[in-house]
Design a protein around this ligand. Structure first.
Ligand SMILES: [Zn+2]
Ligand SMILES: [Zn+2]
Length: 245
């Protein structure tokens, strides 16, 4: 049955060094349900270890969790990767870790906690997750597409770590499936602000690092199911699926 799905495709967990420790799996699920969200994507910086626990925490609820990742390219551009299943994101994880060096300095960047669906700390990720990978934007997008995922340019209207802040423009050679804007600008505001990007689908998400921010930015999609192929169709305005603005 076709219906509008309320989506927040950019939510961090406590695995991201800059995210609050209250962003543990069961709390993310509870807040997302309270915000009447239908689909969320959990996208930590260059990492994915909390995803299976968020998925487990959502079992038995109507909330759909898309496993994702926010990858930092060698140009320091943030890119969201969204997938249907953990196998795909795990394969991206292997590629990202092969191209990410350095160790986290918890006192500087923050703690990177792996927390299970029972709210128990399983461990800590010691890698420099806040760092940039050695992968170019072009390489990352092609890896994500090869694995069956969607590629979304993160927060294009931000003054740091966005494709526009780093490159000065949205490179048409990089096959983005959509561009994300912040709730401060919004999709309609972005259409006015960036007329040159009229051919791109735009989404709005929260980029929540704190529990109270989940659902502060959402995209409404008319879909039959919450899958990557359906979302792609909505981005492309095909098969009766579309982004509702
Ligand atoms: Zn970002
Ligand atoms: Zn983010």
């Amino acid at each position: 049955m076709f219906r509008v799905h309320r989506c927040d495709f950019h939510v961090h967990s406590c695995l991201s060094p800059c995210a609050d420790l209250d962003m543990y799996p069961s709390a993310i699920v509870a807040k997302s349900i309270a915000e009447k969200l239908d689909i969320i994507a959990v996208c930590d910086h260059n990492a994915s270890e909390n995803l299976r626990y968020v998925i487990r925490a959502a079992e038995g609820t109507p909330l759909i969790i898309l496993p994702g990742m926010e990858v930092a390219s060698s140009e320091e551009v943030h890119v969201l990767a969204l997938f249907d299943n953990l196998d795909e994101v795990n394969r991206l994880q292997e590629i990202v870790y092969r191209n990410l060096s350095g160790s986290n300095r918890e006192e500087v960047f923050g703690c990177q906690a792996i927390v299970n669906d029972q709210d128990e700390v399983e461990g800590f990720n010691d890698r420099l997750l806040i760092g940039a990978t050695k992968l170019s934007l072009w390489e990352i997008t092609h890896h994500i597409h090869d694995l069956g995922g969607l590629v979304i340019a993160s927060h294009i209207d931000r003054e740091s770590f966005s494709v526009i802040s780093q490159l000065g423009f949205v490179d048409a050679n990089v096959p983005f499936d959509a561009l994300e804007v912040t709730p401060e600008l919004g999709i309609q505001g972005a259409r006015i602000h960036y007329p040159e990007l009229s051919s791109y689908p735009l989404i709005e998400s929260s980029d929540a690092h704190f529990i109270q921010d989940i659902g502060k930015g959402i995209t409404k999609l008319l879909l039959e199911r919450g899958t990557i192929s359906e979302i792609k169709m909505a981005f492309e305005n095909r098969g009766g699926r579309y982004i509702q603005v």
